[in-house]
Design a protein around this ligand. Structure first.
Ligand SMILES: Cc1ncc(COP(=O)(O)O)c(C=O)c1O
Length: 367
């Protein structure tokens, strides 16, 4: 049996620490906001190399807060990809703006920067790249387009805690960036949590207001806000885990290197291309007989995932959108039928990687 992720192995050595911080919060009864949240915001901003971090209730809330804090709303267009989790697009739609989809790069699966300029209109306000699977989008190329056209850049870094380009980390490239701490993420809470980061103090101030009912002081509401706050218990868990993130990412990189080494010469398998530093939130291969391979691995008790089987422009929720038709995004539409996420977590053993790789090889050599 090889599970897709195993969080208990990661948490077991930290159990006493978790219990200590939980006891502390229970004794103070500061369950929402307070010191635990402020401490984690400070630590995470420092980790990303930015000046401000505003904790949120989820990555989805963080995306909505960031877009709204940038003043993006009805009539505005935001350029992004359809090869992502629904929350990227929900953030844009909940802000009242229109998503405009650009195809992904055939090798990295992140937004193809050379295709962005063609879809810019007078209504375009921002580019929202997704650092998919744990690798940053090409932020230098995206930044250059944004500067030429005076557009904001908002990073969806929900899958990329700590991923670097050169010496800069995900979250430090755009005007704002959003993270998710969903439990299975490289840095995960014990429930939902998220974060907005930025170097712009005014955008941080507005994001913070939006997250807490638009309220700078109790019962005074200067903006129409939301309840998008982060629980103290989640922030405390994340503060315990953050110092271990780099080591966990490194163990993921090592497991990925082992997969890639063993799958390199298997006919018909395309292994991930790490153009930049990759933290392997997901290790995603491509094969044309994807569904058959998935069920073969399932019969061997090897769990796999699909990230994601239906691109956003073809989801029923997007009916009526100008790009909601087959053929609009050819690379995206082709790869969604070929991608397969293999088991990946910091505690995956060499024996488990070898077992998965051997099963993939056996299937492809037979077929
Ligand atoms: C790319 C991407 N964006 C946004 C989100 C939303 O985060 P959350 O589940 O914390 O709301 C996720 C994760 O779920 C994600 O993978």
């Amino acid at each position: 049996m090889v599970p897709f992720v195993n969080l208990s192995a990661m948490h077991a050595p930290l159990q006493a620490e978790f219990e200590r911080v939980f006891r502390e919060i229970i004794s103070t009864s500061a369950f929402i906001g307070g010191r635990a949240v402020a401490d984690f915001e400070r630590a995470f901003a420092h980790f990303c190399g930015v000046n401000h971090a505003v904790a949120a209730g989820s990555g989805t809330a963080a995306l909505h807060m960031a877009l709204a804090a940038c003043g993006i709303g009805p009539g505005d267009e935001v350029i992004t990809t359809a090869h992502t989790f629904a929350a990227t697009v929900e953030g844009i739609l909940h802000a009242g703006a229109t998503p405009v989809f650009v195809d992904v790069d055939e090798e990295t699966y992140t937004i193809a920067p050379e295709q962005i300029e063609a879809v810019i209109t007078p209504r375009t306000r921002a580019i929202l790249p997704v650092h998919l699977y744990g690798q940053c989008a090409d932020m230098e190329a995206i930044g250059a387009v944004a500067r030429r056209h005076n557009l904001l850049v908002i990073e969806d870094a929900a899958q990329a805690h700590g991923a670097r380009i050169g010496d800069r980390r995900a979250g430090s490239f755009g005007d704002m960036a959003c993270f998710s701490f969903y439990p299975a993420k490289n840095l995960g809470a014990f429930g939902d949590a998220g974060m907005v980061v930025t170097n712009d103090p005014e955008k941080a101030r507005i994001a913070r207001l939006l997250a807490d009912h638009g309220s700078p002081d109790k019962y005074h509401h200067t903006l129409l806000g939301y309840n998008y706050r982060c629980d103290a218990l989640q922030a405390a868990v994340l503060s315990v885990k953050l110092p271990h993130l780099e080591a966990w990412n490194e163990r993921r990189r090592r497991a990925a290197a082992r997969y890639t080494e063993q799958l390199r010469d298997v006919p018909g398998v395309r292994t991930p291309r790490a153009r930049f530093d990759h933290i392997y939130h997901l290790y995603v291969i491509r094969v044309t007989q994807r569904d058959a391979l998935k069920s073969f691995l399932g019969q061997r008790n090897i769990a796999t995932g699909l990230h994601y089987p239906v691109p956003m422009h073809l989801q029923p929720m997007m009916t009526g959108h100008p790009q909601a038709r087959v053929g609009a995004l050819p690379v995206t539409e082709r790869i969604v039928g070929e991608i397969l996420s293999l088991p990946m977590f910091p505690d995956i053993t060499d024996a488990q990687v070898d077992e998965v790789a051997a099963a993939v090889r056996e299937f492809l050599e037979k077929s």
